[in-house]
Design a protein around this ligand. Structure first.
Ligand code: ARG
Length: 459
């Protein structure tokens, strides 16, 4: 049990209390950020004449050495220390003596942990953005190959109007675009440096906070020391953005599960991303998609936990805030893993274009177009809607699709039907005529795909 704060105490901390209070088990993940922050702090202390050149060099060399030993495994973090900050400082002091004890001048663990977490999250936010971009590249590839792969579009999970696979996947491309812009918003808004805020009220040492901020890649130092040590907004924003990513993935997962089912048969998930049943030899289960859907709840849970932990906390730092880490780390790991798994599953999935197309033909997805046909022949839309409704009933009765009826059968329902009806309600026509911006018609789709190519080059 090694602590940084024994002086005022006459008794040892109870062992269980020590363990209850300790965070090293999970904040050891922040070792690189803790060291990076200390290097910037020591560099600044020296420039301000608070540390000698020699002390600074000893500190910097000691810290770099600790970092490389942690990385090659020759130094191991144990729970003999309360948290990562204590571990790094104690290890440094053991190695370089008194200079190590001076490192914490003008600093508190409150601004230190705020900094470490910000450095870590800033990196994670950008990594999440990069993963989303990788996923978008796979989506774009599928889109480029499937601008003429017709399939039913659904509302209420009922076949509605025909679309293409490219168009359907484009919807996810858009979702990930928004997810990515949220990541970049967060990275931008959070990029102010809390180091130098001290415990809560700054310090009497002449710290150069602009210098540490710029050494650590921040846009500026934070402007209120009490807020600096107690702000966890950026975590809530990030957890919320991760929850939205997971919400998107869970919708995609649900569709993949449906599409991969025997009933739909639109896709076949690759064997490498499916699992079997221990009892039913015929089974090939979409477990990966199901797990992604399931893990979504876990990420939401961490967002709610964080919001509740922060609720009603008085300024400034409170130990409640130590609870910010485990859930956030788990949410990050979970989302990144889900993104990685899911994009590989999509990348290797087979699309059964014939099944999709047949499904679009059989579901009266061209009924709106048939009504539009009558409108073009002069009938008011409301009447056309009703005529086609009757036509659909007839089709259901006869077990046929609209284009499978003979012209005589069509004329029995409405004599405005002519030979050109077949062309007008063909799947290809129905889709290709949808040329408004953002619609599935190939002409419109190609422009969007071109815009996505540009977007991926830039962002
Ligand atoms: N382990 C603590 C945390 O994660 C570090 C800050 C401790 N500060 C304090 N005053 N106890 O929040």
């Amino acid at each position: 049990m090694a602590q940084l704060w024994g002086g005022r105490f006459t008794k040892e901390t109870d062992r269980d209390v020590y363990l209850f209070n300790a965070s090293i088990d999970f904040d050891k993940r922040l070792y690189a950020q803790d060291i990076e922050g200390s290097i910037a702090h020591a560099t600044m202390l020296c420039k301000q004449g608070i540390l000698t050149e020699q002390e600074k060099n000893d500190i910097l060399n000691g810290l770099s050495q600790i970092k490389s030993e942690l990385e090659d495994g020759s130094l191991v973090i144990t729970d003999a220390f309360e948290d990562i900050h204590s571990f790094v400082e104690a290890t440094l002091t053991e190695r370089i003596g008194d200079a190590g004890k001076k490192l914490h001048t003008g600093r508190s663990r409150n601004d230190q942990v705020a900094l470490d977490m910000k450095l870590y999250i800033r990196e994670q936010v950008l990594e999440t953005d990069a993963l989303l971009k990788d996923f978008q590249k796979i989506l774009l590839r599928v889109m480029e190959e499937n601008t003429e792969t017709y399939m039913p579009g659904f509302t209420h999970l009922q076949k509605a109007q025909p679309v293409t696979l490219a168009h359907h996947f484009g919807a996810y491309f858009e979702m990930f675009k928004r997810d990515r812009s949220r990541m970049r918003d967060i990275a931008k808004r959070m990029n102010t440096c809390p180091l130098g805020a001290g415990a809560l009220a700054g310090t009497t040492y002449p710290l150069d906070r602009d210098l540490t901020a710029s050494l650590l890649g921040f846009d500026a130092p934070t402007l209120n020391s009490m807020d600096s040590v107690s702000d966890r907004d950026y975590l809530i924003e990030y957890l919320s953005a991760l929850s939205t990513v997971m919400m998107h993935l869970s919708r995609f997962a649900e569709e993949t599960i449906l599409w991969n089912s025997n009933e739909y048969g639109f896709v076949e998930i690759d064997d490498a991303f499916s699992t079997g049943s221990s009892i039913m030899p015929q089974k090939k289960n979409p477990d990966i998609a199901e797990l992604v859907r399931g893990k979504t709840g876990r990420v939401y849970g961490h967002l709610i936990a964080m919001l509740v932990s922060m609720k009603g906390l008085p300024l400034a730092y409170n130990k409640d805030m130590q609870e910010d880490k485990e859930g956030t780390f788990d949410a990050i790991d979970t989302t990144k893993e889900c993104l990685t798994m899911f994009m590989q599953m999509i990348d290797t999935m087979k699309f059964r274009k014939d099944v999709m197309e047949r499904s679009a033909m059989m579901g009266f997805t061209n009924a709106t177009d048939a009504a539009d046909y009558l409108v073009k022949k002069g009938m008011p839309f409301r009447d056309a809607h009703s005529v086609i409704g009757r036509l659909v009933l007839t089709c259901i009765d006869k077990g046929k699709s609209i284009d499978e009826l003979s012209l005589a059968e069509l004329k029995e329902i409405c004599d405005l039907f002519e030979d050109d009806i077949y062309e007008a309600v063909s799947l290809k026509t129905c889709v290709e005529r949808r040329l408004t911006v953002g619609a599935p018609g190939i002409g419109a789709m190609k422009q969007v795909i071109e815009a996505y190519r540009e977007y991926l080059k830039e962002e």
